[in-house]
Design a protein around this ligand. Structure first.
Ligand code: GDP
Ligand code: MG
Length: 443
């Protein structure tokens, strides 16, 4: 199994503790690990070389921020530079000044063009209130048109198709005309792929591009193919000129290093990430989150975002503040439990938390509805003061609570223990996140 970079660096980081400046040898040690980890994550070796050089120059001699250890400081630089390599900011899909916006999907066979066509159409409708038309311009693969039409039915989304006896250039052209007529604001043209880049494919794509003058040429690449994805991206960009990349299959166990290289090699941003086979498994690509993932620091931002969609934003902010300042109360704890439930399978949620699998307390948090009811009963038997300040809970108060809730004293104790563990973990996690931005302590 892949050892996360954070784990690899622990030793060096420990040695650096207590120093006021980041010294050259320490950085060298750490960068050796970073280099290996990036290569293992399939980042192009030239990119790695330049990257290591940049980070070393930036990190050596830096004053260490008050709230960080020297090791954390280096990680912070690594994380920032990785984010920068991937373009820094999230880049949105292009929109034509005069609709319809024409999006052309290109890429090798099996990369995920057709699936992504459906996902993108759904995304545009759901998140941007758009009215897309999907066009079936892959006439070579026997089932390609069927596949898109099935997706269309499933999503209740119109599909333009002319069968497989008509030239793809004409299909694309007619699709755009049809879109204008029916007031579609996006046309997504699904094109054919081959197993390898070849001239016939490129010629056809060239012609389609010339005919419909797309606002966006999205190259779909499979993250699982690692270095190959990078070569494919380079060739497509040289030959055709792409305007953005969709990286699919990032839900697999790939470390996603290809994401760094494709941006570095083509200069074009990754705009979306495919996170599964289902039609809603498409996310805007966030360089910072990918950097965290490659570093093995977990994907806290995604987690916080998930929490935000099930609670309102104010609450999430308040919770985040409390996590940071260690002011969590039992009421928050209750709410967290029910939220974790609404976020989906607990296992999945836990996977996104850095170090969560190692937290003993978290293992015990595998709760079902019945247990939540018991926990609720216990918390409801506490006074307001006790809920806000668990340190008040002495033996006699615990006995009273046990009686009041109809649970036994061991359960009360266990809950208090879990709560303290969770608090500790939350503080640690929010510190890690903050550490990347403002320099809050990691540990
Ligand atoms: P195309 O040949 O480029 O049109 O590729 P398809 O859209 O037909 O997809 C090829 C396969 O990859 C299908 O089995 C898809 O379900 C799968 N696929 C596409 N995107 C993703 C993704 O983001 N995650 C996973 N796990 N599978 C994907
Ligand atoms: Mg296809």
């Amino acid at each position: 199994a892949f050892e996360s970079l954070a784990e690899r660096l622990q030793g060096t980081m420990d040695r650096m503790k207590g120093r006021g400046k980041v010294n050259e040898d320490d950085v060298k040690d750490m960068m050796r690990e970073v280099r290996l980890a990036l290569l293992e994550a399939d980042v192009n070796f030239k990119v790695v070389k330049q990257f290591v050089k940049d980070v070393r120059e930036r990190a050596v001699g830096q004053e260490v921020m008050e709230s960080l250890t020297p090791g954390q400081q280096v990680i912070k630089v690594v994380n920032e530079e990785l984010t920068k390599l991937m373009g820094g900011e999230q880049v949105k899909i292009n929109t034509a000044s005069r609709p319809p916006t024409v999006v052309m999907m290109v890429g090798l066979q099996g990369a995920g063009k057709t699936t992504t066509t459906g996902k993108l159409a759904l995304h545009l409708r759901k998140k941007h209130n758009r009215k897309p038309l999907m066009a079936a311009a892959d006439i070579y693969r026997p089932a390609a048109i069927d596949q898109l039409e099935t997706l269309g039915k499933q999503l209740d989304m119109p599909v333009f198709s002319m069968g497989n006896q008509v030239n793809p250039v004409e299909i694309a052209t007619k699709a755009v005309e049809q879109a204008k007529e029916d007031n579609h604001d996006y046309v997504i043209v699904d094109t054919a792929g081959r197993l390898h880049v070849d001239d016939n494919l490129m010629d056809e794509l060239d012609q389609i591009k010339a005919a419909v003058n797309p606002d966006e040429v999205l190259l779909v690449v499979d993250a699982m193919t690692g270095q190959d994805a990078v070569n494919v991206a380079e060739t497509f960009h040289e030959r055709l000129g792409i305007t953005g990349i969709v990286m699919t299959k990032l839900d697999g166990d790939t470390r996603g290093g290809a994401a760094i290289s494709v941006k570095a090699v083509t200069g074009q941003p990754i705009k979306f990430a495919g996170m599964g086979e289902k039609t809603d498994a498409l996310e805007p690509f966030h360089p910072e989150r990918m950097a965290s993932r490659i570093l093995g620091m977990g994907d806290m931002l995604t987690l916080i975002e998930k929490a935000q969609s099930s609670v309102d934003e104010e609450k999430a902010k308040e919770l985040e503040r409390k996590m940071r300042t260690n002011e969590l109360t039992f009421d928050d704890f209750l709410e967290q439990l029910s939220q974790v439930k609404s976020m989906g399978p607990l296992d999945e949620v836990l996977k996104m938390m850095p170090g969560a699998n190692k937290m003993k307390g978290m293992k015990n948090l595998q709760v079902d509805d019945k247990q939540i009811a018991h926990i609720e009963a216990i918390v409801r038997s506490m006074t307001k003061a006790e809920r806000d300040d668990p340190s008040l809970l002495n033996a006699s108060r615990k006995r009273r609570i046990a009686k009041g809730s109809g649970r036994n004293i061991q359960e009360v104790n266990r809950l208090i223990k879990q709560f303290e563990d969770m608090k500790k973990m939350m503080k640690q996690m929010s510190g890690m996140q903050k550490g990347k931005k403002k320099g809050g302590g990691m540990k």
